[in-house]
Write a protein that binds this ligand. Structure first.
Ligand SMILES: NC(=O)c1ccc[n+]([C@@H]2O[C@H](COP(=O)([O-])OP(=O)(O)OC[C@H]3O[C@@H](n4cnc5c(N)ncnc54)[C@H](OP(=O)(O)O)[C@@H]3O)[C@@H](O)[C@H]2O)c1
Ligand SMILES: [Zn+2]
Length: 336
């Protein structure tokens, strides 16, 4: 089989098509024919040599968390059957720690993520596969596991209620678009930002209530304050956007941080933070039952995942280039 492997960690030019032996499923495993695998900035961090999870010693490395496809073969004791249409929950957990026993599983003390979807076939733990309704395409399903699941779980942590207003800095990528669409599902208004007028028009189309076109912190604070009271922020950018979110949030407002695209620190002045009784919460991924719920919601027509581009396996490099150059709106999906 062919895989799109990272052969060096210097950026998109490091992606190459490589031949590998066809995989064999072990106990409790399934081999999935990958029909779609969306990419995430997490994969790009790895490819750029900016992730503690993967070093040069692991090359060639096959990334790709968000697998949707058809079960091709099963190992002994696997909980799925050949021919099943499935999407993978990329959570990898120990199954025995306090959080695995009592929940939520994404707090598992040994929490890890699956990698290996940028390939014609992927060997996965069968229990992590979720059945896909016939009306849900592989392309749409592959959008859900990381970006939409993360945004969904962030909304739970932000403790929003219908009618609230939520600030989403960087609203045009995977997590950002998911936050806008899921906000709509939950009945909250969203205030999204982008530096691109072209992407701002798309934000209007998908139901973002207020769009701010700027990357400048002071401009953004001024414009968002003009919108009115903001109850929560879903912040995947961190860096200086932490303080921006703090400045636009109401007293007691909550910001949930899941990423570091704009900076590796969660920096903000202490006094306004405590005087305003604000909260900053970290969040990573979500639980498998939450992903099952998202599959149901798409199948019921509550929202359509936004696909910003599709690429055959041999063009995986271009997908990462488009992400790195901030060309994309929504999810980028590789279709082996
Ligand atoms: N903890 C978790 O479980 C988890 C899960 C998913 C993602 N994440 C993290 O969340 C972040 C987003 O991931 P993603 O896959 O959604 O990425 P993505 O699709 O590449 O996000 C693109 C968005 O980020 C904005 N952006 C890009 N570079 C920026 C910069 N230097 N400064 C400010 N804004 C910038 C873009 O704004 P423009 O519209 O202006 O171009 C766009 O809105 C990443 O940090 C990722 O690691 C974490
Ligand atoms: Zn555990």
């Amino acid at each position: 089989m062919r895989v799109a492997a990272f052969t060096d960690l210097t950026g998109p030019d490091g992606v190459e098509l490589v031949d590998r032996d066809d995989p064999q499923p072990g106990e409790g495993e399934a081999v999935v024919d990958v029909r779609a695998c969306s990419i995430n900035r997490h994969d790009l961090w790895i490819l750029q040599g900016d992730s503690a999870m993967v070093s040069e010693g692991a090359l060639p490395f096959v990334s790709g968390l968000d697998v949707a496809g058809v079960v091709a073969e099963t190992g002994p004791g696997a909980s799925v059957s050949e021919g099943d249409r499935v999407v993978l929950c990329p959570n990898q957990t120990c199954g025995t720690c306090r959080y695995c026993r009592e929940g939520p599983e994404n707090l598992c003390q040994s929490f890890m993520l699956y990698h290996g979807g940028l390939a014609e076939q992927a060997t996965v733990t069968a229990d992590r596969l979720i059945a896909l309704p016939d009306d849900l395409s592989f392309r749409d399903a592959a959008c859900l596991p990381t970006a939409y699941l993360t945004a969904w779980h962030m909304y739970r942590k932000a403790d929003v209620t219908a009618g609230d207003t939520v600030f989403v800095p960087g609203a045009t990528g995977g997590v950002g678009v998911a936050a806008v669409q899921l906000g709509d599902v939950l009945g909250v208004e969203t205030v999204g930002t982008t530096t691109s007028q072209r992407k701002a028009d798309r934000l209007d189309d998908i139901g973002c209530s207020h769009v701010v076109v700027s990357g400048d912190p002071d401009d953004i604070v001024r414009e968002v304050r003009g919108v009115g009271q903001v109850n929560a922020a879903l912040n995947h950018l961190a860096g200086e956007f932490t303080e921006v979110a703090g400045k636009v949030l109401e007293r007691g407002g909550r910001q949930v941080v899941c990423g570091r695209t704009a900076g590796s620190r969660v920096d903000t002045a202490a006094a306004p933070f405590f005087l305003q009784h604000q909260e900053i919460l970290g969040s990573t991924m979500g639980t498998q039952p939450e992903l099952e719920r998202l599959v149901e919601l798409v199948s019921d027509g509550a929202f359509d995942p936004v696909v910003g581009g599709t690429y055959p396996l041999e063009e995986t490099r271009e997908a990462f280039r488009d992400m790195a150059e901030r060309d994309a709106f929504g999810k980028l999906v590789v279709e082996p």
